[in-house]
Design a protein around this ligand. Structure first.
Ligand SMILES: C[S@@+](CC[C@H](N)C(=O)[O-])C[C@H]1O[C@@H](n2cnc3c(N)ncnc32)[C@H](O)[C@@H]1O
Length: 261
């Protein structure tokens, strides 16, 4: 079952981050570039940038491929992307679970750091296989368990609430693909450690990315000052001798092909 309420909140969270997104998107730039190298060389293809955000990679795709669609749940992100776009791109406001494309019509779906927001993933894969042509490719990156483990464990010492979204285990992700009409041709996981001046810097970056929304948090709103203080104290255990605060992101990239079934 697709949870519309959760989608609305995700869209709202990303919409509010539209103007701060690009300066906070260090991780997204890194994984997105890595994914670009996995795309097919043929240029006479149509391609969808699924969860295109501010359209940074959509424009790069449009400099190469014949027909490009930028799809996102957030209207504000799409307006921003369209306003600064330098290429002929069709911008589409849509939920990845209900794509406005015909069956078997798309050659490639590129998706950089979007599917970690999608639950259940199996339903999303059904929708993506519906629109892909047989032999079509799904080239994607996502985050897996271990991501932000420093922040998670620091919060764990303060209370039982959920302050960081749950990222799937690598094995679960692979299993979901194995049970789908896709064959995973390639996959890899890379731990990317970004450095922050302090914990507030990390929190601001997550907010700037719109990635601070936690769907199943029990207590809504900001944590109290005392709790925040306690959490940052625990985070000091991870502080490096140089004084910087690390945060780990476990980035999973994959290429999956739609089987001819
Ligand atoms: C972390 S941003 C990545 C943006 C872009 N791909 C990039 O590399 O900068 C995730 C994007 O996915 C979008 N998104 C999340 N869930 C979505 C869904 N179910 N359908 C379409 N877009 C979605 C958000 O609105 C947001 O713009």
């Amino acid at each position: 079952m697709v949870n519309t309420h959760i989608r609305v909140n995700i869209a709202r969270s990303f919409s509010s981050a539209t103007h701060s997104y690009d300066i906070s998107a260090r991780l997204q730039r890194y994984t997105g570039k890595h994914l670009m190298s996995k795309l097919p060389n043929r240029t006479d293809l149509n391609i969808v940038d699924l969860g295109c955000g501010t359209g940074f990679f959509t424009n790069i795709l449009a400099s190469k491929y014949q027909q490009v669609f930028g799809v996102d749940l957030s209207k504000k992100m799409l307006h921003f992307a369209e306003a600064r776009s330098t290429h002929d791109i069709q911008w589409v406001e849509a939920d990845a679970y209900k794509l406005p494309f015909e069956n078997n019509s798309i050659d490639v779906i590129y998706s950089n750091l979007m599917i970690q927001w999608c639950n259940p993933l199996s339903d999303l894969l059904v929708e993506i296989t519906r629109v892909l042509k047989p032999g079509g490719l799904f080239v994607f990156s996502t985050l897996v368990d271990g991501t932000l483990h420093e922040l998670k464990s620091s919060w764990k010492q303060v209370d039982d609430d959920k302050h960081v979204i749950d990222f799937k285990k690598e094995e679960t992700l692979i299993q979901t693909f194995e049970n789908s009409p896709f064959k995973l041709l390639e996959n890899d996981v890379k731990d990317i450690v970004l450095e922050y001046e302090n914990v507030l810097h990390l929190a601001r970056e997550l907010k700037g990315l719109g990635a601070n929304h936690v769907p199943d948090k029990t207590k809504k709103g900001l944590a109290g000052k005392d709790k925040w203080k306690k959490m940052t104290k625990h985070y000091q255990d991870f502080q490096e001798p140089s004084g910087v605060y690390p945060a780990t992101y476990c980035a999973f990239s994959g290429i999956a092909v739609k089987l001819n079934v």
